[in-house]
Design a protein around this ligand. Structure first.
Ligand SMILES: *Cc1c(COP(=O)(O)O)cnc(C)c1O
Length: 379
């Protein structure tokens, strides 16, 4: 049966337990599994680093939501990224990364993978020519984020997939900001989808996790091998929490989008605001591409203050309902100053962000309460 997204989010990978009828997959807090005679595992369960039923339920659900064949759940988004790059690359290879990549991704490539012999070039992913110019004979991966963090720029996934494949490389899309409800990169030609499930998929700021989803068996087998060999897998409690969050992804995302659209429109009309970065605004340079590849425009809104850095810091300090905190994608609204918080380590690098920038993760509270809070913070 070809089920729709909302239905898959609640049911994929989650048959009632055959023994008890438990509707929700239990938290299988076990490291090992009894075998029926030497080598006689039940459904391949022998050790929980390799396979665990709670994690398997989450992995099957994530694969269904992204429209891929196999999903893999990790202890964090960074663990997923590290496992992926060591699965697909080897020392001497080259990768293209976004010039406004997530800070942790930039750090992984520039400080960890570089030491292991992987070289990288930062390119403007919203500009296909800039990516083409960054490709070398050793390029194995093009790493794409869209929308990006915190500048909300948009890359054309279909165009990048074409270019990347022509070059014999693979396209990886970090789909954390959009979530599979708003954007499905595998269907647009991407080879691998990466998630920090800490954000929208988990959705309640109560668990850290990561995921990879692919649609071809060869890459899936290679990831399964490395995931088991490196061992950065999601624990059963974390997998259970993430699966619980994913059930409501569609309804949460719709409310995130409703609220973010109202917040973006409010900020665009506010005198203290110099510019609003939100792909849903027709003035956004990536609006047309976003309209083509996304269902809606997401819950993240960034804006620049007309009065500069001090004004940006002041808004962050004065907001009350918007909690001053890093991270994003939870039901509660968050505000932060990327220049001094999430992106402080990017100062002086190609990924440095403007200091008059404020980033909002617009939650699903009543939107009038959110607008009133921003209004007083900007006054
Ligand atoms: C948070 C985040 C990550 C890293 O994920 P963790 O779960 O924090 O390890 C990667 N990419 C993006 C876009 C993120 O927002």
């Amino acid at each position: 049966m070809n089920q729709s997204f909302e239905t898959l989010a609640i049911h994929a990978g989650q048959e009632p337990d055959p023994r008890t009828g438990a509707v929700i997959p239990p938290i299988y807090a076990t490291s090992t599994y009894a075998q029926d005679g030497v080598g006689g595992t039940r459904e391949g369960y022998e050790y929980s680093r390799t396979k665990n039923p709670t994690r398997a339920a989450l992995e099957d659900c994530l694969a269904a939501l992204e429209g891929g064949r196999r999903g893999f759940a990790f202890a964090s988004g960074m663990a997923a990224e590290d496992t992926l790059l060591r699965t697909l690359c080897q020392p001497g290879d080259h990768v293209v990364i976004p010039d406004d990549a997530y800070g942790g991704t930039f750090r992984l490539f520039s400080k960890v993978a570089a030491r292991w012999g992987l070289s990288w070039t930062a390119a403007k992913l919203s500009d296909v020519d800039s990516v083409r110019a960054a490709l070398t004979d050793s390029t194995k991966l093009v790493w794409c984020e869209t929308p990006t963090n915190p500048l909300l720029s948009i890359a054309d996934i279909t165009a990048l997939a074409g270019l990347t494949h022509e070059h014999g490389a693979k396209l990886v899309v970090d789909n954390t900001f959009a979530s599979p409800y708003l954007q499905r990169p595998l269907q647009l030609g991407a080879d691998v989808v990466v998630h920090s499930t800490t954000k929208y998929l988990g959705g309640h700021s109560d668990v850290v996790g990561g995921a990879l989803v692919v649609d071809d068996d060869e890459t899936a087998e290679a990831i399964a091998f490395h995931s088991n060999s490196m061992g950065a897998v999601a624990g059963p409690f974390d997998a259970w929490l993430t699966l619980r969050g994913a059930k409501t992804l569609a309804v949460r995302m719709d409310r995130h989008c409703d609220n973010a659209e109202r917040v973006a429109a409010f900020l665009a009309n506010h005198d203290a605001v110099a510019s609003v970065l939100y792909p849903g605004l027709e003035t956004h340079p990536g609006h047309e591409t976003a309209a083509k590849q996304m269902r809606r425009y997401g819950g993240m809104v960034s804006f620049r203050l007309a009065a500069g850095t001090d004004a940006a810091v002041r808004v962050c300090d004065r907001a009350k309902l918007f909690t001053l905190a890093e991270s994003l994608g939870g039901v509660e609204s968050l505000i932060e100053h990327p220049g001094r918080m999430t992106h402080a380590s990017a100062a002086g690098s190609p990924l440095e962000v403007p200091n008059d920038l404020v980033r909002l993760s617009v939650g699903i509270e009543n939107v009038d309460d959110l607008l009133a809070d921003l209004d007083q913070a900007l006054a």
